[in-house]
Design a protein. Sequence first.
Length: 253
Amino acid sequence: MSSYKLHSLFGLVLGSLFFQNPLAIYLSLVSSNIPDNDHKFRKDNVYKLIIAGLLIFIVLYILKLPYYLGILLCILGLIFYFSSHRGFTHSLLGIVILSFLIFSIIKLGSNILLSLGLFGNYQYSYYLSILVFIILLSIFSLNHRLVLPSILIFSGLFYLFPNIYLNDYVLLFSIVIGLFSHIILDSFTSSGVKVLYPLSGRKFYKKFGIVSLIILMMLAILIYNGFLLLLISFLFKNYDLSLFIIKIHNLMF
């Protein structure tokens, strides 16, 4: 079984390769530990998440604020409650669903904080509201030894570099990278991972991990250097398509 230290380090490294924004890197680190909330030793955290979701739902409903946040938190907790270890949460389908669920929780939660005016007229209040929810996710998912150091380090980086661009695409992709990094590491263990679960119970091992790692490394290099755009433009020889891809690239990075 891969340790939380390895998962955290791998998520941190991959996040640093793909992103410049400290919040995106922090979210990759946190997300790299999220799949293991399906473990029986973390059931207490899952119970707390479900209870917190119910309480938030009630409070937001009374205040006539978007109470869907509480529902989403409950759904997240129930997914881990009903998932067997290295089952659904360690599959590609699980990554997709968890990514959009976590992304929605962060976005909806940050919007609620902003609507309440908790940060006043602070210039980077949007980023700060996102940081708050990443910290909450870290408390739920990270080992207790990493929670406080990670909060201090990334809060400090946010203070030093608050104006580094962060949009929804980067936010979502950082979650995907973190979750996928977890599956890659677990594929190197003797237990393997059921990547195609629930469509197939077949287990994938280190070959899957090696191929996935190579693809991610190549993608990170291509994106960082802009070679990917040049290659696509050359292959398609389509000016309109190239412009569209460049616009998408600029939006994300």
